[in-house]
Design a protein around this ligand. Structure first.
Ligand code: ZN
Ligand code: ZN
Ligand code: FE
Length: 759
């Protein structure tokens, strides 16, 4: 130090270690430019933990360099820590270099998500004098494929599926040129050295002419196009072509679940939907999720989406951009799979399995290593509120407050995901689908293995749900047996609660209001509308709702009139029950008591209410009952009587059901009854939380579970609770539905191990 003060301008050396998301985001080129600006000599190289810098310069220049680091880093970079060792002996280096990556023992747990085409690449793509004019694989350090093409770390071209495309001299010059956006851009390529497009007919025979034009003609003439994107195939058709949309639904064996639509830009999207500034920002941001937006005309695009909302995304690859420009109208873009099978991502699989559905195939020869479906969210309080967190977000880690070690958490069954931890990073997998068929399970197991290999994780503990029949539980058991590591089982709703605590960085204890379809409880019964008190390590069941008999078990999940019947019968509304479809049969089944297990699922209560109001007899997917009620609800401030008693404090829905039945008999508007039903739930939640707070003294509430994807509830419940003096947290980084469960399971396991509840 004193030496420095005497000779302040003496050159010294420093080693700087930067950890965080600093690979594949143009970080090294950024450092190189920074070094040139301040006349700093030395080098930078990717290491397994981030990047390592060696700097040789006067202290002033070194400090200026270091001060400039964080504020000016590339947009997608996340700097977690900067460690500086100063006053090291000089090596006398000249200039600044980017060295080859070195593989060390500890592996970087960070891979960047795939990013949407950036404005600069977009400009080049559409510039007739640019050498990449209309080249559909244009990318740079700010955009392009990452997670879907990387096979291992460190992130270099040789570690990606781009390894089979050697760069041409021009691309290579760009890759090595400091000044440009493509300096060390690993997937960089051009028309003469990179991947190529090909258009084929349904039989896989190549077609003549420009591939994009040919694909556009197929779409404009009512055809269905299978197009290979970033993380898998889409099936596409013109969104305004009712016939084509109907045909697509039929071929895909897709029930009524809404399709997503791709618009060429915000202007086109604004023709269809009302879009706030916040929504526009997320829609056109680098992660480019599908955003659920309010239709301008609620009845428009009824074949695409039966609800008042439309899921819209913007073109996130150059190929999508060219295609949208060629058709000049919105396209339905639904994931390329049949009958809820996992998304297809290999050319040969697409040609084989989608042949019956697609009229043409728009293919390319850049392999997708890891599939990744489009993410789906709404925008709530200025940030994403996920229904599906996948492309653009996965595998970006969530930083944890404590060292989690290496743990594998296997998730639930629907909307399956798994989570892995390594130190302070928790990575949740991409969307895999419902673990109910062999294909999906196979995909799931393959991804667990790949994530472990990619991030060099060897789990020391495996975590799963309590439910013995989930395929994820079975997998966890087999995994624990095979590897000899301990297995921890976590109750479903407790995992939901922990997921929201992790999501919002809460230590707890908290009150957890967890409303969803089903989950096995610690008492062996089926839970679903729970009020828990506790933290990550353990929680108590403070409140719930009166169990609902499910006539015929799982059949009642689709045949919601069975639930409506059971609710009416329990509420003593005999006449109304007798008026339900198949009433005599249901009466017989209910009396026999065979296969009539009860569930306290909030989803079931919604389903039953939808059936009582005559909205539907059956639904084609879980959660549709709640969507129908939300769709139907009009404004109302009315509430039905709320009865709660016992321990756990149990909401008795019978007075509410009686009120609904009476209103319906009186000829009250169905939309008004639907609103009053949901108002009652909001009020019931407020009373239950008040009671939970009275016994625990807690003021913080987390909301999790699939029922909180209902926007009628989300627009009213948090405000209602806040008026009572509570602080309310909803999910911001993970899904509220079962996709978020794996992260919550992991958090519970860490907390239990820390508290010595498990050794
Ligand atoms: Zn770019
Ligand atoms: Zn090239
Ligand atoms: Fe759940």
């Amino acid at each position: 130090m004193s030496e420095n003060q005497e000779k302040p301008n003496k050159k010294t050396a420093a080693r700087v270690r930067i950890r965080g998301i600093v690979q594949g985001v143009g970080f090294r080129p950024f450092l190189h430019r920074l070094a040139n600006r301040y006349g700093v000599c030395g080098y930078v190289r990717n290491t397994s933990a981030g990047v390592e810098l060696w700097l040789e310069a006067e202290p002033d220049a070194q400090n200026a360099f270091l001060n400039d680091l964080a504020p000016n880093a590339p947009e997608m970079a996340v700097i977690e820590s900067v460690e500086v060792e100063k006053n090291l002996p000089l090596r006398g280096l000249q200039g600044f270099a980017i060295l080859e990556s070195s593989a060390e023992e500890e592996t970087n747990t960070l891979v960047l998500p795939d990013l949407a085409i950036c404005p600069a690449c977009r400009k080049e793509l559409l510039d007739p004098v640019d050498r990449r004019y209309r080249y559909p694989f244009i990318n740079c350090t700010d955009c392009g494929p990452r997670f879907t093409i990387v096979e291992r770390l460190p992130y270099d071209r040789a570690s990606t599926t781009m390894k089979r495309f050697p760069m041409c001299p021009t691309c290579s010059r760009e890759y090595h040129s400091l000044a440009g956006r493509r300096y060390h851009a690993q997937p960089d390529c051009c028309g003469s050295c990179g991947p190529q497009l090909i258009l084929t007919d349904a039989e896989g025979e190549p077609m003549e002419g420009d591939a994009v034009q040919g694909a556009a003609e197929c779409l404009l003439s009512g055809g269905i196009l299978a197009v290979k994107g970033l993380g898998g195939f889409h099936l596409a058709c013109a969104a305004s072509d009712r016939e084509a949309v109907r045909k697509l639904r039929l071929k895909k064996h897709r029930d009524e679940r809404p399709f997503a639509v791709m618009c060429s830009d915000i202007a086109m999207a604004k023709e269809l939907c009302r879009i706030s500034e916040e929504e526009a920002r997320i829609l056109s941001g680098p992660r480019a999720p599908i955003v659920l937006l309010k239709k301008k005309d609620p009845a428009a695009f009824a074949e695409v989406s039966f609800t008042k909302e439309l899921g819209i995304m913007l073109p996130y690859t150059p190929l999508h951009l060219l295609l949208l420009q060629a058709v000049g109208q919105p396209l339905v873009m639904t994931s390329g799979n049949l009958s809820d099978r996992p998304v297809i991502y290999r050319n040969e699989d697409a040609l084989r399995q989608l042949r019956s559905a697609a009229d043409c195939f728009l293919l390319h020869d850049r392999d997708i290593y890891s599939f990744c479906d489009d993410s789906l969210c709404r925008v709530l309080d200025g940030s994403e509120y996920f229904i599906r967190r996948s492309r653009g977000y996965v595998p970006q880690p969530i930083l944890t407050a404590e060292d989690c070690g290496q743990i594998l958490a296997c998730g639930a069954e629907q909307k399956a995901s798994f989570s892995l931890s390594k130190g302070f990073h928790l990575m949740q997998s991409q969307h895999i689908g419902d673990l109910k068929n062999f294909d999906t399970l196979e995909r799931y197991e393959e991804q667990v293995e790949r994530f472990c290999r990619l991030f060099e994780i060897r789990p020391q503990t495996v975590v799963c749900d309590l439910h013995p029949d989930y395929l994820s539980t079975d997998f966890a058991r087999r995994y624990a047996e095979k590897t000899g590591i301990p297995l921890i089982q976590v109750q479903h709703h407790h995992a939901h609660m922990a997921a929201c605590m992790l999501d919002r960085d809460l230590k707890g204890p908290v009150i957890g209001l967890i409303w969803d379809g089903t989950g096995l409880g610690t008492d062996g019964t089926v839970w679903g509308a729970e009020c828990l008190i506790g933290g990550c390590a353990r929680a108590e069941r403070f409140g719930t709702i009166l169990p609902i008999p499910l006539i015929g078990g799982d059949r009642a999940v689709k045949e919601i009139s069975r639930v409506g019947f059971a609710l009416l019968r329990a509420a003593g509304c005999e006449e109304e029950a007798a008026g339900m479809p198949d009433a005599p049969l249901l009466e017989q089944l209910l009396r026999s008591g065979v296969n009539c297990a009860a569930s306290s699922g909030m989803g079931r209560l919604f389903d039953g209410a939808a059936a009582i109001l005559g909205l539907r007899k059956t639904v084609s997917y879980e959660g549709q009952g709640a969507v129908l009620l939300e769709e139907t609800a009009t404004e109302s401030s009315r509430c039905y009587p709320i009865l709660m008693s016992g321990s756990p404090l149990t909401f008795d829905w019978r007075p509410m059901i009686r009120g609904m039945a009476e209103d319906k008999n009186k000829g009250k508007e169905v939309g008004e009854i639907a609103a009053a039903f949901m108002n009652t739930l909001v009020e019931m939640a407020a009373q239950m939380c008040r009671a939970a707070s009275d016994v625990s003294g807690l003021k913080e509430i987390v909301l999790s579970g699939g029922s909180f994807q209902n926007m009628y509830l989300m627009e009213r419940l948090p405000a209602r609770l806040e008026r009572s003096g509570f602080i309310v947290y909803h999910h911001k980084r993970l899904s509220a539905n079962d996709e978020g469960i794996s992260a919550g399971q992991l958090a519970v396991a860490v907390a239990r191990m820390r508290e010595g509840l498990i050794d």
